[in-house]
Design a protein around this ligand. Structure first.
Ligand code: A3P
Length: 292
């Protein structure tokens, strides 16, 4: 079953959320002017974007950390390709923070010329798939498909937002020498958040005190984020997210795919992904008890 173009827009070989974007805007992003001070968080959907958006915001905005500012995460770290809040990106003060799911080939030229900094978060693709399946129910802007097998086949064929996971990860990782880029694994964040936050601070050249660091780690925990309306999307209107169908911060763990995928589905997944995944320069973690 092909994805419905009521929900997905295919432009330049890439799938986007139909309602939130236009082909003209996608085209304009190639020439989106990048500042050296820009920080881009780049992910395949469902890889820990909101989590890292929150961490970046906590590191860079003291007011967020100490609770003196009440601002939604989407205003602090907006989506480059889905400017749903109509923010004036051009006149936004530095350092600008952006999140994006763009594949490398559609990224702004400036980024490819080593302007700005990129943080790329990767998650094991079986958990990404399962998270995407559940999120498709919550998101009114995505097609709700009850049959997991159908979503899995679309995922394996790259017919989901972000396209083929393998292409996305390969696209960005193969360009690592031509970018200012830090790769982080969702699983390492889950297992040792403090060291991941420190990695981000070092990469951005930000020095936090021990106390500030503790605060970032605390406010970026799954429980704290789930309970905070600035970080759990709960203020999103019901015509965008339907919370009667589930939460944005759903389980937040490693290995939930085992609760969803049958052995046959897992083997089918491996038969399509394994060979190319083995060539990637990352060590994947498939279960919460696995060593990194
Ligand atoms: P699950 O659906 O597996 O729970 P994105 O923001 O890229 O859409 O990713 C969403 C996924 O990240 C969800 O995964 C969500 O629960 C998880 N996530 C968000 N915040 C998290 C946190 N603080 N700790 C662990 N996982 C988190």
């Amino acid at each position: 079953m092909e994805p419905s173009d009521k929900y997905l827009l295919k432009h330049k070989g890439c799938y986007f959320v139909q309602e939130a974007i236009t082909p003209e805007y996608i085209d304009s992003l190639e020439n989106f002017e990048i500042r050296d001070s820009d920080i881009f968080l780049i992910t395949f959907p469902k890889s820990g974007t909101i989590w890292t958006q929150n961490i970046l915001s906590l590191i860079l905005h003291e007011g967020h950390r100490n609770g003196t500012e009440d601002m939604d995460l989407l205003d602090r770290v907006p989506w480059l390709e889905y400017n749903v809040r109509n923010i004036d990106y051009v006149n936004r003060p530095s350092p600008r923070l952006f999140a994006t799911h763009l594949p490398y080939y559609l990224a702004p030229k400036g980024l490819k010329m080593k302007r700005g900094k990129v943080i790329y978060v990767i998650r094991n693709p079986k958990d990404v798939l399962v998270s995407y399946y559940h999120f498709s129910k919550v998101s009114v802007k995505l097609e709700e498909v009850e049959d997991f097998e159908i979503i899995m086949e679309r995922f394996l064929a790259g017919k989901v937002v972000g396209n083929l996971w393998l292409d996305h990860v390969e696209g960005w990782s193969s360009q690592r020498d031509n970018l200012n880029i830090l790769f982080l694994m969702y699983e390492e964040m889950k297992k040792n958040l403090r060291s991941s936050v420190l990695k981000i601070c070092n990469f951005l050249g930000r020095k936090l005190t021990e106390e500030e660091l503790d605060d970032v780690v605390d406010k970026a925990s799954f429980d704290k984020m789930s309970a905070d309306s600035r970080t759990n999307y709960s203020t999103t209107p019901p015509d965008v997210l339907d919370f009667s169908k589930g939460c944005f911060l759903r389980k937040g763990t490693i290995g939930d795919w085992k609760n969803m995928m049958t052995v046959a589905q897992s083997e089918r997944f491996d038969s399509v992904f394994k060979e190319r995944m083995e060539k990637l320069p990352f060590k994947f973690c498939w279960d919460i008890s696995d060593e990194l």
